[in-house]
Write a protein that binds this ligand. Structure first.
Ligand code: THU
Length: 160
């Protein structure tokens, strides 16, 4: 038996002014998307913007439903919107921001587990990392270099 260490590396920024211009633009687009979320039940609005390698950006936001489990997260709305419009797409980055109508979200909000798995499918297929940049409404921003780094021991089609 041997102990193994699993770690992730990333960057933490104090505010969006510290981001490189491309990342700042993506975060700003995710805020625009977030403001159009349909989240009347949680009142927690999330926006996600993808940058594709052809330079196109695709945004999505969370879409809730009175039958709660029928709702969907912003990240999956965005990636499925992009994949349906641009099959075989290469995704360079995803920027995520979140805000509550009930309190100020002042910590970075990372993608949920199901969204990590969904996004990882595309990273695995494209064999190029997808960078993830995420924040709350205010406060610090985290950037990590790949989905894989957020999802150790991830499951992919090679196991099937
Ligand atoms: N939500 C997202 O859109 N992305 C995540 O990664 C976490 C949660 C949404 C789902 C739901 O509409 C609301 O936030 C509260 O969970």
């Amino acid at each position: 038996m041997k102990k193994i260490d699993i770690s992730s590396n990333g960057y933490i920024f104090n505010d969006i002014s510290e981001l490189e211009e491309e990342d700042r633009n993506l975060i700003e687009l995710s805020v625009i998307a977030r403001k159009k979320a349909y989240a009347p039940y949680s009142k927690f609005n999330v926006g996600a913007t993808l940058l594709l390698d052809n330079g196109i950006t695709v945004s999505g936001n969370n879409q809730e439903n009175a039958a709660y489990p029928s709702g969907m997260c912003a990240e999956r709305v965005a990636i499925w919107k992009a994949s349906s419009e641009y099959p075989g797409l290469i995704v360079k980055k995803i920027a995520i921001s979140a805000a509550s109508l009930e309190h100020t979200v002042n910590k970075p909000v990372g993608p949920c587990g199901a969204c990590r798995q969904t996004l990882y499918e595309y990273e695995f297929n494209q064999k190029e990392p997808i960078q993830i940049i995420f924040m709350g409404e205010i406060g610090k921003i985290i950037k990590v270099e790949s989905l894989g780094s957020l999802l150790p021991f991830s499951f992919d089609s090679s196991f099937l």
